[in-house]
Design a protein around this ligand. Structure first.
Ligand code: H79
Length: 434
């Protein structure tokens, strides 16, 4: 063998270098997650049970050969990449994370490393990731990939599920790692993703050592790429927090939850709109638009990003309930986006009526007060604020507001009626907050 080359340690970067790499992501604050694959075909249903989704191979214990039969049935003729990207953009989202490969191992692009993909196993025969990359580029949305380390289909992946009949004889896990790396090279070099979002890292076969190597490998393909913490073994369950000094990963990944307070590193909460990630036709348990906007604001007020999931149908369309919610969130964002993009965590620990986001603008600090519960007496009180107020106004119409201060903090005179009952934003410009 040739003398081993010193490979750069990509985790050893300066704060300024990391800041530059994370800049667009911190500005973005809001992205769309898309879980789509063969599991959309059974739509959550198997053997009379309807409590399945993207995990159906495992939760319904479907043998691989039988699961493969969903391939010929996957023909999303209504898929329109421009339309998907437009819906994300109109909702105010700045990036899109789609499952290049979920745990079932099926690939949404034309991979050279396997025939278990959209071109070879479906009548659709269109490279979904290619079409999305063109649409995202045209519309200025960052395209990102979710890629599962766990793979229930690849013969070299280990361990097998306990209930499986497939033999593990001849399975070669290091060869599986090479397969995954070859696929990641295709994904990065062909489609230029802005983020790689790993998952399925928790099985014993995946090690901390391989996690570090995979992180460096993906960075070597595209040094400015951003990688989540599930590349390595540091994640604390669904909380998604991790020890950034020991483990690789550029951001934490709380799943279906929002941390109680901010974290001292970057993080992104991924949350479903209804119960399941993948399409389940019985799942009508959608969160309200109000709830989703409050979640977005709650997350921004703690310095995180919100990755909101859609589970498209097998015909290539989004569920109607998702379309409606995206549209309504977009209407709120069109008026109030300034209070979200590029903001940082609130200086307040708890506000009885809502949340606060913050922007430092040269020598002034702009506080955005998100009023979820509009006061009935026209007085909005901001406790614990001792700064000198420069100006205050309603973000929606720039109507100025009167402020006063006493020993209990600041008092703002607000109109009788809110502008938006879900969340009306008041801007406070202060010299030096707190
Ligand atoms: O892709 C979606 C889900 O299919 C996937 N992640 C989101 C983004 C997902 N996989 N598993 N789960 C969700 C729940 C699994 C939780 C567990 Fe564990 C895996 C429990 C034990 C192993 C993660 C690792 C939580 C604790 C340790």
């Amino acid at each position: 063998m040739a003398a081993s080359q010193e490979s750069p340690d990509y985790r050893n970067e300066t704060t300024a270098e990391k800041d530059a790499r994370m800049q667009w992501w911190r500005q973005a604050r809001f992205g769309m997650f898309i879980h789509w694959g063969l599991y959309a075909v059974p739509a959550g249903e198997w053997d009379g049970n309807s409590n399945h989704a993207e995990w159906i191979l495992t939760t319904a214990q479907i043998p691989v050969e039988q699961y493969e039969k969903f391939g010929p049935q996957f023909n999303p003729v209504k898929f329109d990449a421009d339309r998907w990207v437009r819906m994300a953009k109109d909702a105010g989202m700045k990036y899109l994370v789609i499952t290049s490969k979920h745990h079932d191992g099926f690939c949404l692009w034309d991979s050279d490393a396997t025939d278990y993909d959209i071109m070879d196993r479906t009548p659709f025969k269109r490279d979904i990731l290619k079409e999305l990359s063109v649409a995202c580029k045209a519309q200025g949305i960052k395209l990102c990939f979710y890629h599962s380390i766990m793979d229930w289909h690849h013969p070299d992946y280990l361990p097998r599920r306990k209930w499986e009949k497939r033999s593990a004889d001849g399975a070669d896990y290091p060869r599986y790692i090479s397969y995954m790396k070859a696929q990641l090279e295709e994904l990065v070099l062909r489609y230029d993703p802005a983020v790689l979002w790993f998952d399925g890292e928790w099985e014993k076969t995946w090690t901390h050592e391989e996690g570090l190597k995979l992180y460096d490998y993906v960075r070597s393909l595209k040094p400015e790429i951003i990688i989540n913490n599930r590349v390595d073994k540091g994640r604390h369950g669904m909380q998604g927090t991790f020890d950034t000094s020991q483990y690789a990963g550029d951001f934490g990944t709380p799943e279906q939850e929002i941390p109680a307070t901010g974290l001292d590193y970057d993080w992104e909460s991924c949350i479903t709109m209804n119960r399941y990630w993948g399409w389940n036709k019985h799942d009508k348990d959608f969160k309200s638009t109000e709830d989703l906007i409050h979640k977005l604001v709650d997350i921004a007020s703690k310095g995180g990003n919100f990755l909101l999931n859609i589970g498209p149908k097998p015909d290539g369309t989004f569920p109607i309930e998702s379309i409606e919610r995206l549209k309504h969130i977009g209407q709120w964002m069109a008026v109030n986006g300034e209070s979200i993009y590029g903001t940082t965590a609130s200086p307040f620990t708890g506000l009885p009526w809502g949340r606060c986001t913050k922007r430092i603008d040269h020598d002034k600090t702009v506080l955005y007060l998100h009023v979820f519960d509009w006061p009935s007496n026209s007085h909005l009180r901001i406790p614990e604020l001792e700064s000198k107020i420069d100006t205050s106004y309603l973000l929606a119409n720039h109507e100025p507001l009167e402020t006063s201060s006493d020993e209990k903090g600041i008092l703002i005179e607000v109109p009788k009626e809110s502008i938006d009952p879900i969340n009306t934003v008041i801007v406070l410009e202060v010299k030096n907050e707190r």
